[in-house]
Design a protein around this ligand. Sequence first.
Ligand SMILES: Cc1cc2nc3c(=O)[nH]c(=O)nc-3n(C[C@H](O)[C@H](O)[C@H](O)COP(=O)(O)OP(=O)(O)OC[C@H]3O[C@@H](n4cnc5c(N)ncnc54)[C@H](O)[C@@H]3O)c2cc1C
Length: 396
Amino acid sequence: MTRKEFITTSGLFGISLPFQSALKACSKDSDAPNLPGDFTGNVLIIGAGAAGMATAYLLQQLDIEYQILEADSSYGGRFRRTNDFTDFPIPLGAEWLHVSESELPAIVNDSAVQVTTVTQRYATTDTYGFYSNGTLTVEEAGAAINDYIDQKFIGSSWFDFFDEYIVPSIRNKMRFNTHIVSVDYSGDKVIASEANGNQYEADKIVLTVPLKILQLGEIGFSPSLPNNKQRAIANANIWGGIKIFLKFTEKFYPTFLEFDDSETNEGQRTYYDAAYGQNTTDNVLGLFAVGKQAEPYQNLSGDARRDYVLKELDSIFNGKASETFQDILVQNWNEQPFARAAYLADVASSSTSRIMAESVDDKLYFAGDAYTREDDWSAVHNAARSARDAVRELIR
Ligand SMILES: Cc1cc2nc3c(=O)[nH]c(=O)nc-3n(C[C@H](O)[C@H](O)[C@H](O)COP(=O)(O)OP(=O)(O)OC[C@H]3O[C@@H](n4cnc5c(N)ncnc54)[C@H](O)[C@@H]3O)c2cc1C
């Protein structure tokens, strides 16, 4: 099954919205882990994104020794955000919660902690625009929106949720600017090494680096990974991706704006009201594009890219974009050195993610948005769930 087929059979909202992840019926939201186990050794976690931090947090709860090695200068990975563009957090990668809000306490996994993060669903009065053959039609979303589960974080983000509830427990176990280039699991211990020769040793290792990093061969394994994993890595269909945010003095656009090519087997693209539900007077329009649909925006840079986007919007909104333009912010994930892409394509086969989730020799474990045991992947909630699965197996 592909993620796209999974989403379709889950029953989705009639119009196309980002990710089309109306997964109400299928979410295994309240899968809070119960994690007894006998393991008493130590663990290395490679990567401090959603999966790495969720793994660390669970090990911390279990009193198991661990260290996180992160190549970047801070944590967050593909759900980083900025507070510098406007007066609410702008998510540079993950933006929506694609499953029920009960997923947040499930990640916190502590009934004594009250999760106060606010998320908001879309409303029947929201507007949906469709631009095709030079004509824009805008209509109200209507009752069908009630089946659409995706939610915006209000005054917050995926990053802020982790920052508040997960990071305080694990902060002092994170080592930054530590770029792992090889993993040796041939002996009793597992050894992770940097290019400068620095070595880190543990009984087990949890790899959470993006699948694209493995596909590019940026981490060498000794012995080599099993053949089925090597094949899954080599053949994985991984989409590139970009997000662009534009600030305007007026809100001239609908809640969502889609095109004939907004949802194809090669990628997706959508403009959307990025300030939706926020306590702000700023008008911020977002563009989310992955796969082939991202390429026209990725192939340009600087002023040329800004002008391209404004021209596209001007032709739809009669020049309003250039007239009211204030500022632009771009995050091109293909250029982020420790991601190099967006995520495993929705049209990939679930066998990729399942094979990638398998552990090797009781020493090497995988957690992350492309290493799930589900028919769903490429989201923060999957990355966190995969961490639970990996920890469950690791402590067995
Ligand atoms: C444009 C875009 C939009 C998205 N929108 C959504 C959304 O709306 N909702 C949603 O739920 N999800 C969304 N996602 C997906 C979501 O961001 C990811 O699924 C999730 O953040 C992945 O978490 P992870 O821990 O698996 O990987 P990452 O967050 O990528 O973490 C991996 C970590 O490993 C580090 N690393 C890499 N190489 C090395 C190395 N050699 N040594 C040490 N460390 C290394 C990286 O720096 C990184 O911190 C989106 C992603 C993109 C790109």
